[in-house]
Design a protein around this ligand. Structure first.
Ligand code: NAP
Length: 264
């Protein structure tokens, strides 16, 4: 199978990095406007001609900004065939829009990956849409499974997923940065503080993924009566951390629905 990635920017490069691990991917081609080569990705052939890419690729992954999707889709429309598949990663752009812009010639699956795809620890939600066959959906899921975990959801929940997992790495980095600063304030060297925090967040996340236990029960397990953790938790409640995170994700999901009208 040949994969073509239109838009070798931040996300496109992260996807290209992991996809070479997929057993059936024979070649990866990609485009950006300037045909700028990617020295870190010698396995990716880089060009700027989207039509040539669309002609040779079996799966075409759109990784351009939401407001750029329509022009790219119209540009490649007449070289598409029903055997090909488009995977659109742009927030806010619907399957129906991409199908209309490509003259309904091709299967379209919507994806919302996140940046840890770059190291095989990504989270990708996929919405196959009604026209995609089960085989096509399974193939696309297997492609993204080489980049981390996957989940299939209904397309109407895509903005919600964008607010949680698409944008989520940014929230996690802010939490890691803040706790690392706390470590420095308490006298730890910066690199040690960073390691302590990142490994703690990763270990806690793995505990959640590895069990069916509610996160609140896992929290109770590490909170000794009259110990120090409960003092820390009281400060989190005082700072309304739960409410703030909830509002952050809702704000991002709300914005996600409007991105085609802006430069985001
Ligand atoms: N970044 C994330 O964490 C993330 C997560 C999930 C989904 N997404 C989605 O992924 C998409 C891309 O985001 P990004 O952060 O990767 O953006 P980005 O870094 O700006 O990358 C966009 C890429 O598209 C290229 N491009 C623009 N117009 C093109 C055209 N006509 N033909 C070929 N290439 C073209 C640009 O090339 P030049 O550099 O040469 O202009 C650039 O390489 C967005 O729709 C976003 O919603 C991003």
């Amino acid at each position: 199978m040949i994969v073509g990635i239109i838009g070798l920017g931040t996300l496109g490069r992260a996807i290209a990095a992991g996809l070479r691990e997929h057993a059936t991917v024979r070649a990866i081609h990609g485009t950006n406007r300037r045909a700028a080569p990617l020295p870190d990705h010698p396995h990716v052939t880089v060009g700027s001609d989207n039509r040539t890419l669309a002609e040779c690729a079996d799966v075409i992954v759109l990784c351009v900004k939401p407001f750029q999707v329509e022009s790219v889709a119209r540009e490649i429309a007449d070289v598409l065939t029903p055997e090909k598949m488009i995977v659109t990663c742009a927030a806010s752009v619907s399957i129906a829009q991409v199908r209309a812009w490509t003259g309904e010639r091709v299967q379209v699956i919507r994806a919302m990956p996140n940046m840890p795809c770059r190291i095989g620890e990504g989270m990708t939600v996929l919405a196959p849409g009604e026209q995609a066959t089960e085989q096509h959906a399974a193939l696309v899921e297997s492609l993204f499974a080489t980049l981390g975990r996957t989940a299939i959801i209904d397309e109407r929940l895509m903005d919600a997923a964008t607010g949680i997992s698409g944008c989520g790495p940014a929230y996690a980095y802010v939490i890691i940065e803040s706790l690392s600063d706390a470590g420095v304030k308490l006298g730890l060297p910066r690199d040690v503080a960073r390691l302590l925090v990142a490994q703690t967040i990763m270990g806690s996340a793995k505990m959640v993924l590895a069990s069916d236990t509610h996160p609140a029960a896992l929290k109770d397990e590490v909170t000794t009566p009259a110990g120090c953790t409960i003092d820390g938790l009281m400060e989190l409640e005082e700072g309304r951390l739960r409410h703030t995170l909830l509002r952050a994700a809702v704000a991002a999901a709300t914005r996600s629905a409007t991105l085609t009208s802006g430069q985001g």
